[in-house]
Design a protein around this ligand. Structure first.
Ligand code: HEM
Length: 242
């Protein structure tokens, strides 16, 4: 028997895309945060980690393609859902709804999503490409991060963006359980604890990095590194007379 595409089944499909792409992005953020914590292990650890990501030829580009596809599909689905919600309720509620799903984090999802997207663009220009960053060295991600966070304005941007990201992750994690069918209020407490705990851990890890640089606990290094995977190496200065 042929199934017809009802507005409800389309909405369920869009939410499924959001749940799957959201899980991929959540996974990336966890792994990336753990990788970033290597700042505390020192410049060699950061360098080796960046080089190891590029050791298997093409793997990084596959991961980048999956990430970019997930971000685009996630954003497009969010946009479609917002449009559907507006079309279904052209007149706004007279009073703010107080059900558990419509808490502050939920209502600000479009806003935090846009801020996180802008943050990612800025972040790639800053730390991956080093656009406009004097002394950016692809061989030395440790110094790139430490030099960046030594500027309180840049550190502040990272701290604010990562706190907003945590609101997005918190509601996203909560909604993810609903998409899996766990929408019974009986599970509300468990879902809240899990989503809050995970979002809190990710944000604490990421925010601790600019804070530790601002506090002077992590300082730039004079060490130099050279791995062909990370691009051309700086030519060592030749001492006069040699
Ligand atoms: C304080 C927190 C963070 C630090 C210190 C940090 C550090 C870095 C560094 C050093 C790179 C360049 C890696 C390389 O070229 O080998 C990078 C790339 C990247 N980061 Fe972050 N990051 C942070 C938070 C985030 C967050 C929260 C997100 C996502 C929401 C994110 C998304 C990305 C992406 C998409 C890339 C590009 C990966 C690629 O090369 O394709 N980062 N990050």
């Amino acid at each position: 028997m042929e199934r017809s595409l009802t507005p409800r089944s389309t909405t369920v499909g869009i939410k499924a895309i959001m749940a799957v792409t959201g899980a991929v992005l959540f996974g990336f953020v966890v792994v990336h945060m753990l990788g970033n914590l290597q700042l505390w292990l020192g410049p060699r650890a950061m360098h080796d980690y960046a080089a190891s990501l590029r050791k298997v030829h093409g793997l990084l580009w596959v991961a980048r393609a999956v990430l970019l596809g997930s971000v685009l599909a996630h954003a497009a689905s969010a946009f479609a859902l917002v449009r559907r919600n507006l079309a279904a309720r052209p007149v706004a509620y007279q009073h703010a709804r107080r059900d558990q799903a419509t808490n502050y984090a939920a209502r600000t999802m479009p806003l935090t999503g846009i801020v996180v997207a802008l943050y990612i663009v800025y972040h790639i220009l800053h730390l991956t490409l080093g656009v406009g960053v004097a002394g950016h060295d692809p061989q030395n991600p440790y110094n790139n991060v430490v030099n960046g966070f030594s500027n309180p304005l840049i550190a502040g941007v990272y701290i604010v963006a990562n706190v907003l990201l945590s609101a997005h992750l918190f509601h996203g994690g909560y909604a993810w359980f609903n998409s899996l069918g766990l929408s019974n209020p009986r599970y509300a407490g468990m879902k809240r604890v899990f989503a809050l705990g995970l979002a809190g851990l990710i944000t604490a890890g990421n925010v601790a990095l600019p804070v530790s640089v601002l506090a002077g606990a992590v300082r730039p290094t004079m060490e130099t590194f050279c791995s062909p995977e990370l691009g051309p190496c700086a030519v060592p200065a030749v001492e006069p007379g040699r």
